[in-house]
Design a protein around this ligand. Structure first.
Ligand code: IMP
Length: 215
């Protein structure tokens, strides 16, 4: 298997394995979170830029973030054809917030909905509702020229009744993870969020696959 995801893992002199991963995303918060998580497994992450620009994906209208992630991965591979990055390991990720009582809304449309109605818009939709269960989901795909692997991650929690916290991004100030102490993700520092996040779980899964001994 030449140029497989696993063969891009190089052993350093200490015997530990590390991989240089290019994250194709315009969201620098995601890059910081991925760097924090994957550094623990010995990998480095940087944002993929071609001619100084991050990639501009066309996102399909899809019910599942898996479908969006696959589309982003294929587009990213097309973008790097003929560039210095053609042989690089490229990471893409799609994620979203799924609210039970809204049948999974905003889900794959999380980014668009956040821009249009904001956090207060979500709180207004849930006004007077006691059922506030929600989850973050992420699908991460790591690809080389000839192979790709993917993993999912979830983080279950509840939507808060007010906007609290300045940290994180997106819906963090209204999302209270069940595994936490009652604070919103917007009140967690990056290290605390990285212990429980959907993104961490998806990336940890990828890291475990690339560190498996080759057959
Ligand atoms: P996309 O994956 O780039 O389409 O964006 C997913 C959207 O979901 C983000 O823009 C956020 O609004 C939301 N989202 C995904 N992950 C997180 C997270 O860790 N914290 C807060 N919001 C998130």
């Amino acid at each position: 298997m030449t140029d497989s995801v696993r063969s891009r893992v190089e052993s350093d002199t200490t015997g530990s394995e590390k991989m240089e991963i290019l994250f194709a995303t315009g969201n620098s918060n995601k890059v910081s979170e991925a760097s924090l998580v994957l550094a623990k497994f010995g990998h480095t992450v940087s944002q993929l830029k071609i001619d100084g620009k991050t990639l501009d994906f066309s996102e399909p209208q899809a019910d599942e973030i898996e479908e969006v992630a696959i589309s982003k991965s294929l587009q990213a591979r097309d973008f790097v054809v003929g560039t210095n990055f053609e042989k690089s390991a490229i990471l893409v990720e799609d994620s979203g917030l799924f609210i039970n009582s809204l049948n999974g809304f905003p889900g794959p449309y999380s980014s668009f909905v956040k821009r249009k109605i904001g956090l207060q818009g979500i709180l207004d939709l849930l006004e007077n509702k006691d059922e506030r269960v929600a989850e973050y989901r992420a699908v991460a795909i790591l690809s080389t020229k000839n192979e790709s692997i993917s993993c999912r991650g979830r983080c279950i929690g509840k939507i808060s009744r007010e906007i609290i916290g300045e940290m994180g991004f997106g819906y963090d100030p209204i999302f209270i993870p069940d595994e936490g102490d009652g604070r919103t993700c917007g009140q967690l520092n990056p290290e605390e969020k990285s212990q429980i996040s959907h993104r961490m779980r998806a990336l940890k899964g990828l890291s475990e696959i690339i560190n498996l001994p080759s057959k």
